[in-house]
Design a protein around this ligand. Structure first.
Ligand code: GLN
Length: 257
């Protein structure tokens, strides 16, 4: 289904990250090379980015395919950022359309994207929704499975849980109830955190300089490293750490429930 990526590194333009690479996110919208579910990602797109000195990211999201946005090439060329998260969307059956349904979702200084699905949405999500307070549910930006996943993760981040543990516990509590695919990706502009649970993910680290985490390689150059299925990844330009995602362990000492 969707394809997503996150970047931390020297200040550059979104065009360099999204549009220029031969098989980058732009290209992946009509011709992904490794996508396991769906064919094209034409149900909208979005990117969020951080600028120096501001902890809150900005977002640009559209309901159209990324190639159909006439304003994007100029905008992406002139913006500058050191931290960006972007996604092209292939909507899951039963979910809402529109710009609000395109990642990244945001809140509390985070950008979030979900590559995957809660099968049978929305009928199968009742038990998962019960994990949230009614107030959290009313805050959902749109009726999309990913918005519910983001609400679950955000609740954990707000409670002060470390982001890798929060991601693992979010996946663990969802898969107790449904056979979901949950490749999750977040950044606060300082670190990137991600899970693999059902789809592909790669990272490329230029040690001490930059790191990219992406559903699939944006070019045929060296350095792309696959992330094993069922992992939690934490990445900065200084290090990438990948550990197994064990749902039982993730919930064993869980206090945010
Ligand atoms: N379920 C999410 C959506 O509908 C993500 C879909 C995907 O990964 N293709 O937007």
């Amino acid at each position: 289904m969707c394809r997503h990526l996150a970047y931390l590194g020297p200040t550059t333009s979104p065009a360099e990250i999204l549009l220029r690479p031969a098989y980058g996110l732009y290209h992946q919208s009509w011709s992904p090379r490794l996508q396991r579910y769906g064919t094209v990602n034409a149900d909208g797109f979005g990117f969020g980015w951080f600028t120096a000195g501001d902890p809150e990211p900005a977002r640009y999201r559209r309901a159209v395919p990324i190639w159909a946005d006439e304003n994007l090439p100029d905008l992406a060329r002139v913006l500058r950022t050191h931290a960006l998260l972007a996604a092209v969307r292939s909507a899951t059956a039963g979910t809402a359309a529109g710009a609000a349904a395109a990642a990244p979702y945001t809140g509390d200084g985070w950008l979030f994207s979900h590559n995957g699905a809660l099968p049978g949405w929305p009928g199968t999500a009742g038990k998962i929704a019960e994990l949230l307070d009614p107030a959290d549910l009313l805050e959902l930006e749109t009726r999309v499975d990913s918005a519910l996943v983001w609400a679950l993760l955000r609740r954990r981040l707000r409670a002060g849980q470390e982001v890798g543990d929060a991601l693992a516990a979010t996946v663990a509590e969802i898969v107790q109830h449904t056979d979901a695919r949950l490749n999750l990706l977040v950044t606060d502009g300082r670190q990137i955190a991600a899970t693999t649970w059902g789809d592909t993910l790669f990272h490329r680290l230029e040690l001490g300089r930059s790191v990219l985490v992406a559903s699939e390689p944006g070019d045929d150059g060296p350095g792309w490293t696959p992330v094993p299925e069922r992992s939690v990844l934490l990445a900065t330009p200084e290090a990438v750490v990948v550990r197994p995602l064990d749902p039982t362990a993730a919930l064993r000492e869980d206090r945010v429930r």
